[in-house]
Design a protein around this ligand. Structure first.
Ligand code: G6P
Length: 612
């Protein structure tokens, strides 16, 4: 969601900013813009992809060593050229980009209109830049102080970056809920929504914390204060983000690369945490709180999107293997329903990006109520990772495709490990079963590789069902959340309407939709309830639905009934989701490509949802 990039230094700013905007494309956006200062300010903005902006600036003089760039995901006002950022204040001097929502923008706008300010766009951002101008003008302040005072009048979530053309040796940034990171180079400074536009130039970063305002200067110096004007001394950190990990590496799409990386990323999620031969498993993040976690009366998992599906699987895992009552809740609902949270609750927040606004707000709420908060997060140093008491990184590496794949299986790996550890330590599972599960977990990467070898077969199935308008995904037990995830993958990237259901619930509604045009994906690998799934398939066949069955190797019965079958290797039930999701990711990918969809950046979606 909205990408921010800014540069000040000695180099030409526009190529760095344009390249940065391309790196931020994965976040999801619908327009892009750039402002460069060189004696005066030149601003160009365009609806559509960064490519459109590139065409617009072709042949234009954009020389200058200071500038800001933005990719906008529309909140206030349609995605068009006028609403695109940067926005310039009425006196033409202050130029600003913004990620987030200014909730009290309407009252601020009326007040500014009474003072004679006019507005070209429908955005809350244009209100903010004029508010800063007004505070600066009326009090004769430097831009950083005017920004601080203006932000004290604002309610909402934001990351902003701005400069004042009267004072062009500096750029100001500020953060509240939306992410902002500063890159510290050799006589050059950067600000960005994440480190991807920065890593080519420096591995030194400063994370801007809540309610902080940073000023970066042309000479490479910087200063940080908070909204109360207290000086902050945020440490410089080194990030280990290699450029090649954010490139496509010969794959046609990031999503395909990420699907194929899973044997490695799953292994990375386990590295140093498990040794089946020696019979141990350990999550370092749990060490400090082992006793509290083991004695937890209840686990509450909170997340959004695909991460929420991982949480649903964890509910099965924790209840079956560790016998701890577990609840799962959408972060957006959790935060607003005054939940009962007790001191002995153990809260787990799941997030790939570590920046999802609702998940972040949910954990802040739970923290206030005294619960122990554990983060399972992919992006190192992200807001959720910093906000939790303890946690485990999933170590899947950067995920660029909007539709989450490898981050999901890495979350499942960490959650499986956690449930196995807790189950053993609480005396619920025997040492024999504990070792068996560890051995099976270690074998997952090899088994995923085997599924990936089925690509041609899955592509063929995709070609047979690619023209469907609707589809249904059915699963039971551990495979019910996988049905939800399979359906989500398909609708996100191919725009085919897809719904996931617990297989038995089909009779309570979705069965009405089934006809000869309807593909129904049945995840039928569970050893438990096998006969019941067979009955569900018979019910679909009786209504002429097209069955695509995900079955275990050696299956004969369901294979006979299904129109198409995809085999996956055998594994203990609790670990099945790590395998059964893979063919569903591949199916969605191929269908989307065949339908000519933009697989990596599906319409309207954002990778990192930093507004509510
Ligand atoms: C967005 C993304 C999804 C993701 C969800 C939660 O909707 O498009 O892929 O699952 O946010 O994101 P998180 O980073 O918190 O896992």
């Amino acid at each position: 969601m909205c990408g921010i990039v800014a540069y000040i230094g000695k180099k030409e700013a526009s190529p760095i900013i344009m390249e940065g905007l391309k790196r931020l494309e994965y976040r999801g956006y619908d327009s892009a813009g750039i402002s460069i200062y060189n004696g005066d300010v030149k601003t160009y903005k365009k609806q559509g992809k960064v490519l459109e902006l590139e065409k617009l600036i072709e042949g234009k003089d954009l020389s200058g060593s200071m500038g800001i760039g933005h990719t906008r995901w529309a909140t206030h006002g349609r995605p068009n050229d006028v609403n695109a950022h940067p926005h310039v204040s009425n006196n033409g001097e202050i130029v600003l980009i913004h990620n987030g929502i200014i909730e009290n923008y309407a009252s601020l706008k009326s007040a500014l209109q009474e003072l004679g300010y006019t507005f070209e766009s429908e955005t809350d951002t244009e209100v903010l830049v004029n508010l800063i101008e007004e505070v600066q003008k009326s009090k004769g302040l430097l831009i950083e102080e005017a920004t601080r005072q203006a932000l004290n009048m604002v309610v909402g979530a934001y990351a902003i970056v701005l400069f004042d053309s009267k004072d062009p040796e500096k750029i100001v940034g500020a953060k509240n809920s939306s992410p902002l990171v500063c890159g510290v180079g050799e006589s050059e400074m950067f600000l960005a929504s994440d480190a991807t536009p920065i890593v080519k130039y420096t591995d030194k970063v400063i994370y801007i914390e809540e309610d902080e305002i940073i000023t970066i200067n042309k000479n490479g110096s910087y200063s940080i204060v908070n909204l109360d004007n207290e000086v902050s001394a945020n440490p410089i950190k080194h990030i280990d983000l290699k450029l090649e990990t954010i490139e496509k590496a010969g794959f046609e799409h990031y999503m395909l690369k990420e699907i194929y990386q899973q044997p490695i990323t799953i292994a990375e999620s386990m590295r140093g945490r498990i040794n089946a031969a020696e019979g141990w498993a350990r999550l370092g993040g749990m060490d400090q709180y082992t006793k509290r976690i083991k004695q937890a009366e209840r686990i509450i998992l909170t997340a959004c999107g695909t991460s929420w599906h991982a949480a649903l699987i964890a509910e099965y895992l924790f209840e079956e293997l560790a016998r701890i009552p577990t609840e799962v809740e959408y972060a957006s609902e959790f935060r607003y329903r005054n939940p009962i949270i007790r001191q002995d609750d153990f809260i787990i927040a799941l997030s790939q990006s570590g920046e999802t606004a609702d998940t972040l707000a949910a954990i802040k709420l739970a923290k206030q109520k005294g619960a122990l908060i554990y983060g399972i997060v992919n992006v190192v140093g992200s807001s959720i990772a910093r906000e939790t008491h303890a946690g485990s990184y999933t170590h899947a590496g950067p995920e660029i495709g909007v539709a989450s794949t490898k981050a999901f299986t890495s979350q499942l790996t960490v959650l499986s490990l956690m449930a196995i550890i807790l189950g053993y330590e609480r005396g619920v599972i025997t040492q024999g079963y504990y070792r068996q599960l560890l051995t099976e977990l270690e074998s997952i990467p090899r088994k995923v590789e085997k599924i990936l070898q089925n690509d041609d077969h899955i592509k063929y199935i995709a070609s047979e069902i690619k023209d469907a308008n609707n589809s249904l995904y059915l699963g039971r037990g551990y495979n019910f959340p996988i049905a939800l995830e399979g359906a989500l993958k398909l609708k996100e990237i191919s725009y085919i309407h897809a719904e996931g259901y617990p297989a038995a619930e089909m009779k309570h509604g979705p069965i009405a939709l089934i006809d000869m045009h309807m593909p129904i994906v049945v995840i039928a690998t569970n050893k438990r309830n096998y006969e019941k799934v067979v009955s569900n398939i018979e019910e679909v066949k009786a209504r002429k639905g097209i069955i695509i069955a995900i079955v275990s190797e050696g299956d004969t019965e369901i294979k006979k009934l299904a129109d198409f079958a995809i085999e996956i290797p055998n594994v203990e039930d609790p670990l099945t989701p790590l395998l059964s999701v893979i063919p569903l990711q591949m199916l969605a990918y191929h269908i989307a490509v065949m339908r000519g969809c933009n697989v990596d950046q599906p319409r309207n979606l954002a990778k990192s949802v930093t507004v509510e």
